[in-house]
Design a protein around this ligand. Structure first.
Ligand code: KG4
Ligand code: ZN
Length: 335
């Protein structure tokens, strides 16, 4: 029985895991950042302080678990925002000390990757080794997951993350933060081939999204100078086309990685993996290539959540990889 705590960015989340089953997963998403167009670190850490106790209490209550029934306490050590991480880390350390339970320090990106092992009706977990495309607001990585504790990064972004590409494009269209879900929503009703933008030419398995950003910026400048209503009139087509471009960049490299490694078991994880167009394109690829098995986690475990921290913690628990009370948050935690 593991308590997971996530506080790396703007979600305060706590979950109770029993074996591979989630008994509760409570998340408080901070809406305060919407009006600023991005996460304000100082406001995020203050909100975590306010919400960490009620969120953990609700997770325990809704799972009907007493603190003394826990076997371990897992928390996000990094990467993430320092002020935010410190709140979850300090809380986890205090609770572990008070209850005399083992502490499990989790790497946020590894937790995204391991979220596929949370039991969910109608879903099968990937088998090792699998290839995981991890696409979030801060990271874009191609990872060979040899096993739950042994992962190898074979490609990464050289500039923006895929989530940032969505959010920054959305901002240029006047949409609020985070823009990824809004582009997904408007894109559903638009034509993905209405407009075309620059595609990067980056070697190996690395990604780049900065060229796309510049290409959108200049395109919008030109079109809005001719017609100030251009964005409003074409919002759905713009969202669909931008989404198509980002998804093309991601899938091109994922296909290349699959060819190079020969690994047929594929998974996607992280906030952007909720994107419906990305999911559709992956399902099309799976239909064309019957040797592949593609795993899409339940959307509730794709964006930041404590359930994934708890499952990653359970693998650490199994391997007896406990952390000492001297452990501290690390905003740039290495792999
Ligand atoms: O994994 P996550 O919740 O937090 C980080 O660890 O960064 O990812 C957040 C990112 C944001 O950039 C958000 O816009 C994006 O995931 N996102 C989406 C969708 N839902 C969330 N991007 C595209 N389509 C979506 N449906
Ligand atoms: Zn994340």
């Amino acid at each position: 029985m593991i308590l997971g705590i996530e506080s790396s960015c703007d979600d305060t989340s706590a979950a109770i895991l029993s074996g591979t089953q989630i008994l509760s997963n409570i998340t408080h998403t901070q809406l305060i950042h919407e009006s600023y167009g991005g996460v304000v670190p100082e406001l995020a850490s203050r909100a975590h302080i306010e919400y960490i106790v009620p969120v953990v209490e609700r997770a325990l209550a809704s799972a009907k678990i007493r603190p003394d029934q826990l076997d371990g306490i897992a928390f996000t050590q990094g990467p993430g925002l320092m002020g935010s991480l410190v709140v979850g880390t300090s809380f986890a350390k205090g609770l572990a000390l008070a209850l005399n339970k083992p502490l499990l320090a989790v790497h946020h990106m590894k937790a995204h990757i391991l979220s596929h092992f949370i039991e969910e009706e109608g879903m099968t977990a990937p088998s090792f080794p699998y290839l995981c495309l991890t696409v979030s607001g801060g990271h874009t990585q191609l990872v060979i997951v040899h096993d739950s504790l042994n992962m190898e990064i074979i490609g990464k972004t050289i500039d923006d993350a895929a989530g940032e590409a969505f959010d920054k494009s959305a901002k240029m269209l006047g949409l609020s933060y985070p823009g990824g879900p809004l582009i997904d929503q408007h894109g559903q009703a638009g034509n993905p081939h209405a407009f075309s933008f620059a595609q990067p030419n980056i070697a190996d398995l690395d990604f780049s999204f900065s060229g796309l950003k510049t290409s959108i910026l200049y395109f919008l400048k030109k079109e809005t100078s001719n017609n100030p209503e251009f964005i409003a009139f074409n919002l759905n087509d713009l969202c669909a086309s931008i989404q198509h471009n980002i998804v093309e960049i991601l899938i091109k490299k994922l296909k290349k990685a699959q060819e190079i490694t020969g690994i047929n078991c594929i998974a996607i994880s992280g906030g952007v993996s909720v994107n419906r167009y990305l999911r559709l394109k992956l399902r099309e690829w799976e239909t064309e290539n019957t040797a592949l098995s593609i795993h899409l986690a339940h959307p509730k475990y794709c964006t930041d959540n404590a359930a994934m921290i708890a499952i990653a913690g359970s693998f650490l628990f199994e391997a007896q990889r406990f952390s000492a009370q001297s452990i501290s948050s690390d905003p740039k935690l290495v792999w």
